[in-house]
Design a protein. Sequence first.
Length: 699
Amino acid sequence: MTKLFTSLFLLLGLLSIKAQTLQSPDKNLSMTFSLTDNGTPVYTLSYKNKSVIKTSKLGIETTDIASFTEGFSVKDAATRSFNETWQPVWGEQKNIRNNYNELAVTIEQKSIENRFIVIRFRLFNDGLGFRYEFPAESKLNYFIIKEEKTQFALAGDHKAFWLPGDFDTQEYSTVTSKLSEVRGKMKDAVTPNASQQTFSPTGLQTPLMLKSDNGLYINIHEAALVDYSCLNLELDDKNMVLNAFLTPDAVGNKGYMQAPTQTPWRTVVVSDDARDILASKLILNLNEPTKYEDVSWIKPVKYIGVWWELITGKSSWAYTDVPSVKLGETDYTKMERNPKHAANTDHVKKHIDFAAEHGFDAVLVEGWNEGWEDWFGKSKDFVFDFVTPYPDFDVKALHDYAASKNVKMMMHHETSGSVRNYERHMDQAYQFMVDNGYNSVKSGYVGDIIPRGEYHNGQWMNDHYLYAIKKAAEYKIMVNAHEAVRPTGLSRTYPNLIGNESARGTEYEAFGGNNADHTTILPFTRLMGGPMDYTPGIFQTQINKYNPDNNSFVHTTLAKQLALYVTMYSPLQMAADLPETYNKHLDAFQFIKDVAIDWDESYILEAEPGDYITIARKAKGKNEWFVGGITDENKRTATVDFSFLPKGKTFEAVIYGDGKDADYITNPQSYEIKKMKVTSKTKLKQPMATSGGFAISVK
Ligand code: NOJ
Ligand code: CA
């Protein structure tokens, strides 16, 4: 009897709290918002009547004032619809549609006078975004976050494409497993890195890509990470609930807030077709339009560099072999030069010649400035000043030489994690760039952060990365930051952020190798938030041809390296191999020279995370199309349906494919170049070798 009464009471209790519901413009997605009987906010999400997110809690726990977790009642619920088309400064397509239905619920904690927050939901055809807002009118001022209590309760034990949750790095290989297997696979997944801090045996990173047994593709990430800590997830593997786990600071706090303010958006992109995940622009749409009035100085960049020879160990960053130097005190002119020092004037001039001859925009040079002798692993504060070149690097002469050949120099600022030191020098460093004709910088944050105890992904560092981007904009400088927090679509607002690394790049092919399926996953994970400086184009796949002591090999065929220029979207693309190698394969190199880096349209033709991707894109403002297709360790035949071409016309296509005998381990350099006529009716069956691929240009 008592039992019956309690159940009845509970049922009535639930019914009495009316759920707010919202549908996507196409009605495929639907969500609910409600409060539990103790006033905890909860939400659900479904796609074509399949559950995506089961009842999941929302809230924020604080250290200093009453938490925003329970005791809420609904004060107001407002809905609206939005539909606009906007043009990015650079991108995968010329026009981006931003179309959503919005629900903004104002919830108040009656026990505290005038204390309310807003939870804003935006439901698009491709997913959900929501965030917490702390309005000015609410009786709130400063507060400190202990933990964000956002949950994503999943409907099953999905297949996951995951990286170990880490406060410092994303440079791990992706593990593909059931969520229930994460705990058992965590130890092996955590491979060594120059700076890393895992936090839980079930800790995961975002973007997290999931696939359910009933055919849903689900991607969880965040948009517009500004003045807040990076979101990680901790999996409750009994209940298949992902709990937010923010990156702490040096004293363990997770966020310092001052109202009016808001959190980043939490995003769930969902579809029953994997191609829609890659086509989604939801994360960009949740970011603010650009803040810059003049964007004419921001341009996509195709570049080469004095770089791969350093990564492979063929040459050296450091000018000398001494074990230690002191900034401003060491007199390099009195020291013995290491003949392997790559950043020397003559060598760089040859790169400028090569760039000019083949139509590249810029040349990156690393190891040009004093301090590289002991930059790594020393936790050294005053490590570089970013303006003092080594004696064999003539900044002025190189500037003049590059300018005479219409090539830009790309600056390199390795901070070695000493961020306070970088900020000390930033204005001078950017001014030095302007004075010497550099308009883009590759920055880097290798090693543990100084101030010590801060993490790469905490609020303090996120503030730094954005400070560096905004400050660079004052000098009309474009930024490509390595080892920074992974992107969250901020390049819509700050389009001079033209690239990030923030994942395992091609450099790892020289550090033991990337998995054969690596680049079939990255577009579904890391690239969801923004472009990656992946640095493809390695034709010499045996690293010991450059450095006899390095037995790594590139885990792809040569043709797959070409395909990456299309499948790994970025407005910043490097031809990463050495000029001497490209000179031996000028026929294949032609594709890298031709391929566009800015687009009117993109067509995701085929895609399955971890298996294959085929993408076609139309070059911006030109009647030229480029196609890239890649596969994992399995051979496969791609189908290229050319129906994206204008009807009734015949075009010439050049196909750069794997040779018949190509294999990424035994015969990676075997490729075949063919020409054929194509129309919008052509359907090409293109075979791909193990970890192979193909690239096509159409004119
Ligand atoms: C790591 C970067 O990813 C790499 O590109 C760079 O060459 C080194 N750090 C040195 O800064
Ligand atoms: Ca790196």
